[in-house]
Design a protein around this ligand. Structure first.
Ligand SMILES: C[S@@+](CC[C@H](N)C(=O)[O-])C[C@H]1O[C@@H](n2cnc3c(N)ncnc32)[C@H](O)[C@@H]1O
Length: 214
């Protein structure tokens, strides 16, 4: 089976995001930045066109950042975005499928997954949480920013329909393996992560969580 590819979508990604969600996704991505100004070793998974990366570099001069993505085009966009920043040399881009990459053990103070874990089915998600957990130092942080399904019946119905449309779109254009959204909360609790902070946006359709590895 052909692998996921965001290459064709990459040049349109920012435009499509803006016409669909305005600036709300970016608000969600950067909502925990104040908690991250002291982190040193950072891994950003499925970093895409680098909007979170740019904000992190601007708010934290010293972080050494590894930014991993399967899409060459997305990496190209992220590289161009951060090129003019004084600390851009603090970033190493890794072009790899996350499942082919050897996660180092106990290395990172922070792992970031913004709108990334939603690309995977439940068994892949389980494997990824395991890898993320092993690669974080004790007390290391995990930022999970993604879509969520609110509780109220009206919002739940509306967001479920939106997600159905989005998954259909991404399946056709990027061949992601997921058919629906899985919330990683129970997997993270199983791995002894503790939820430190969470913020909701766009009628709770978007959430940003800060988890600490125990
Ligand atoms: C929905 S986009 C999100 C991008 C970015 N994090 C954001 O906040 O907009 C998902 C990103 O994950 C990358 N990706 C998807 N599957 C991947 C995989 N198996 N390994 C590495 N990167 C992957 C895609 O290339 C894309 O850049």
């Amino acid at each position: 089976m052909k692998k996921t590819s965001f290459d064709k979508l990459a040049p349109w990604y920012h435009f499509l995001e803006t016409i669909s969600f305005g600036n709300h996704l970016q608000q969600c991505r950067i909502s925990q930045l104040v908690e991250l100004n002291k982190v040193k070793n950072v891994l950003i998974l499925g970093d895409g066109n680098g909007r979170f990366l740019e904000s992190l570099l601007k708010s934290n001069n010293n972080a050494k950042i590894e930014s991993l993505d399967i899409s060459k085009k997305m990496i190209g966009l992220a590289t161009a975005r951060i090129n003019s920043l004084a600390n851009s040399s603090n970033v190493i881009f890794i072009h790899s499928d996350v499942f082919d990459w050897d996660f180092p053990k106990d290395k990172y103070d922070l792992v970031v997954t913004n709108f990334f874990l939603d690309c995977f089915n439940y068994s892949e998600l389980t494997k990824l949480i395991e890898k993320i957990s092993l690669s974080l130092k004790p007390e290391g942080k995990l930022i999970y920013g993604d879509f969520s399904v609110p509780n109220s019946l009206f919002k739940k119905t509306l967001t479920s329909l939106l997600l159905l449309g989005m998954y259909l779109f991404f399946k056709i254009f990027t061949r992601i393996s997921a058919n629906s959204l899985y919330d990683p909360t129970s997997l993270l609790i199983e791995k002894k992560f503790i939820l430190k902070n969470e913020k909701y946006y766009l009628w709770s359709f978007l959430k940003s969580q800060l988890w600490i590895k125990n």
